[in-house]
Design a protein around this ligand. Structure first.
Ligand SMILES: [Fe+2]
Ligand SMILES: [Fe+2]
Length: 199
């Protein structure tokens, strides 16, 4: 029997992250909760079930993986490290077992596409895939990021987004690609059209 209450821990983590997302201090706007954190958690669970991974580790890592960058944009550059550190503190206070906390932290440390590290566990590989999968299933939010937050004009934004999405695609494990392939093709079609009509 587990000597910790996972349901309660999960509830507390959700409350904490959601609050950070909706805080005025969050530089990404509150949309990050609905269009990034929740989809990453959902893709993590989906892949975790297929690949028989530890769903508790995966869920908590998914909710907390970008936490530091959401809390404080100054931490964004190294948000994989800061989020892992903060996750350690939060989960320790909630009495999540230390061995499992370490696994959550490993997932968070290796989640970024731009920083190539070797995945230590199946869960770590899944989180990195789930993070990238959300870029395809939440394409509208990627447009918001490109044109709303970064303020690119159409062609420059299309080129920037195309490069970003190709990096995301490269990061997704085969089981994840199967799930988002149709969304990937749609994204490519829309973006390539914008680029080729400007040629
Ligand atoms: Fe991240
Ligand atoms: Fe993320």
């Amino acid at each position: 029997m587990n000597d910790y209450n996972y349901k309660k821990i999960r509830q507390e983590v959700i409350k904490l992250v959601k609050r950070a997302c909706y805080s005025a201090k969050n530089n990404f706007s509150y949309t990050v909760w609905q269009y990034h954190i929740l989809p990453v958690a959902s893709h993590s669970r989906h892949l975790g079930k297929i690949l028989k991974a530890d769903l508790e580790i995966l869920e908590l890592a998914a909710y907390l993986h970008d936490y530091a960058g959401i809390m404080d944009y100054r931490l964004y550059k190294d948000h994989h490290l800061h989020s892992a550190r903060l996750a350690g503190k939060i989960l320790d206070e909630l009495n999540f077992p230390p061995a499992k906390i370490k696994k959550v932290q490993e997932c968070i440390i290796s989640h970024r596409g731009s920083i190539r590290v070797k995945y230590k566990t199946k869960e770590a590989e899944i989180l990195a895939s789930a993070d990238a999968m959300s870029h395809f299933t939440e394409l509208a939010d990627m447009f918001y990021l490109t044109f709303g937050i970064h303020k690119y004009k159409t062609l420059a934004g299309a080129k920037w987004l195309k490069a970003k999405l190709e990096r995301s695609w490269a990061k997704i494990m085969p089981a994840g690609r199967k799930i988002v392939r149709a969304d990937y093709e749609i994204a490519k079609k829309i973006i390539n059209k914008a680029i080729s009509s400007n040629a």
